[in-house]
Design a protein around this ligand. Structure first.
Ligand code: KIV
Ligand code: ZN
Length: 526
């Protein structure tokens, strides 16, 4: 039904918001998901898998919001092979001009026997009725036999044939547990090509996990054997060791175009900013040596390499940094830099801020430039990532004072300003300065937190580099993540903690679960 699987165009199916978001520590709230979806559209991915609507009401709402925003790509939602899941996906994605229902069922022996307790025939029946129902709702239906790489080949061919006959326009072959190797996966795809009637009329897709570090290599093997859609995530985030990394596979296809003779529609100059966005939002730090988007990916330290690079950059560089959106300019901003220079730099870094956001970010930049002589790209990125939440309230931090001595508990004093501009001052002791500051924030706001994770990274270089802190906390059984940035790491940690507290209080206000919420944000009630 759809265009032929022959041809040299590879569709990029991004599942950062579904398989990626599902990974521990990667959950995102709705405004963050919308921001990522917009960035994926700017990157020009073909399909965005926006979530698994049946997983929770929150998942449904976010898939629906992304579909309704209709940024351009096909919006897809995942469903198990049952009518309720399929209806939910359809209700969530139908707001997008181009939408897709993706149904899956496990097919390997181990999943059949221990997870599903279903016979082979029952699974085929369930796949066929799910695809048939999805096709009644939507022309664009994808089917995935979960754990395909560990499924007996003749049975896999039978399932795939049945799904195509029922109307699937894309069939995706997942290596769910990251078990296959390139030569074996190549054989699997060639087997399906040879044994499934109608396979050349649909798009064959590949979905690899990285448990043995071969997700990209296995996806490339599948592509060479005929797959024309690749499922992947930004920075390779995903269950366990993650999924095939979008930036790696796209740059492999582009850099070795003379070998693969294939292309994607991705605007590769958006890769670096999108990677930074996802890393900042999820708090999943990108290792320095990560291919394509790691800080060291284009750094040449060894003298012999630098010498070669000076003669001709291709001696040691197979891609240009600019191709992935990494600017090589050494331009450093400082307190004399004006709004124009700042705005230009923000654009070069790949951010698209409106006037209001630019002004807020510029104010933060000026404050930072007063405290720090040189402001680097990392500092600017940190400001931009923070500017959204920094003024979201209800509480803002006016003052933080800490005292530490190696032989005594630390003490902290915090002054917070509430929505009615009234101030509250609280002092507390703790094992260290962060613990003392957190105590102050909890007492001042009445929100008790259980700290689950505290991560500190340097946003740029030098001794006066800003610290970027990401905290993950639990409150009332839910997990919240907050970020804070400052040249003072205790202040950065406190800002991250206050961001979480504000999120909790805003949620209470929204859901009406805190009858005292308005009063609570003013001094009068504390
Ligand atoms: O890994 C997997 O098998 C999946 C499917 C649902 C496509 O994510
Ligand atoms: Zn997966």
């Amino acid at each position: 039904m759809s265009d032929s699987s022959a041809g040299d165009r590879i569709r990029i199916f991004d599942t950062t918001l579904r398989d990626g978001e599902q990974a521990p520590g990667c959950s995102m709230i709705l405004p963050e998901k919308l921001r990522v979806a917009k960035a994926l559209a700017d990157l020009n991915v073909d399909i965005i898998e926006a979530g698994f609507p049946a997983a929770s009401p929150g998942d449904f709402e976010s898939v629906k919001a992304i579909a309704d925003a209709d940024f351009g790509p096909v919006i897809c939602g995942l469903a198990r092979c049952n009518p309720a899941d399929i209806e939910k996906v359809h209700a969530a994605v139908k707001g997008a001009a181009k939408h897709r229902i993706h149904v899956f069922v496990a097919t390997s022996e181990i999943h059949r026997e221990y997870k599903l307790r279903m016979a082979k025939e029952e699974i085929i029946k369930s796949a066929v009725s799910a695809v048939t129902m999805a096709r009644e709702l939507c022309d664009d239906v994808e089917f995935s036999p979960e754990d395909a790489s560990r499924t007996e080949l003749p049975y896999l061919a039978e399932v795939v044939s049945a799904a195509i006959e029922a109307g699937a326009s894309t069939v995706n072959i997942p290596d769910t547990v990251g078990y296959t190797v390139p030569a074996e996966f190549d054989e699997l795809f060639r087997y399906l090509k040879a044994h499934v009637a109608g396979i050349d009329a649909i798009i064959l897709s590949v979905h690899c996990h990285d448990d043995l570090g071969m997700a990209v290599a296995n996806s490339l093997a599948a592509v060479q054997a005929g797959a024309r859609q690749i499922e992947c995530t930004i920075n390779g985030i995903g269950e366990r060791a993650g999924n095939c990394s979008l930036e790696e596979i796209v740059m492999a296809i582009k850099t070795r175009a003379e070998f693969f003779k294939l292309e994607t529609a991705i605007d590769t100059t958006r890769l670096y900013p999108t990677s930074r966005l996802v890393s900042n939002i999820t708090g999943m730090h990108v290792p320095r040596n990560k291919a394509i988007v790691g800080e060291n990916a284009f750094a040449h330290e060894a003298g012999i390499h630098q010498h070669g690079m000076l003669q001709h950059s291709l001696t040691y560089e197979i891609m240009r940094p600019a191709d992935v959106g990494l600017s090589r300019s050494n331009l450093v901003l400082g307190k004399h830099s004006g709004r124009h220079a700042f705005r230009d730099r923000v654009r070069e870094l790949g951010f698209d801020l409106d006037d209001f956001e630019t002004n807020r970010a510029f104010d933060e930049f000026k404050k930072l430039a007063d405290r720090k002589k040189d402001v680097y790209d990392g500092d600017i990125e940190a400001i931009i990532m923070h500017v959204d939440s920094a003024s979201a309230g209800p509480w803002s931090m006016k003052k933080l004072e800490v005292q530490t001595r190696s032989d005594q508990p630390a003490t902290a004093t915090v002054v917070l300003v509430g929505e009615d501009d009234a101030e509250i001052e609280v002092s507390a002791e703790g094992d260290g300065p962060i613990a003392a500051a957190f105590q102050c924030l909890e007492r001042a706001t009445g929100v008790a937190l259980t700290l689950k994770n505290f991560e500190l990274h340097s946003a740029s270089i030098g001794q006066d580099a800003q610290g970027e802190v990401t905290v993950t906390v639990e409150h009332d059984g839910d997990s919240f993540r907050g970020r804070g940035t400052s040249v003072d790491i205790v202040e950065a940690g406190s800002r991250a903690c206050l961001e979480v507290i504000n999120q909790i209080l805003r949620r209470r206000q929204r859901t009406g679960s805190d009858p005292d919420s308005t009063a609570r944000f003013s001094r009068a009630t504390i």
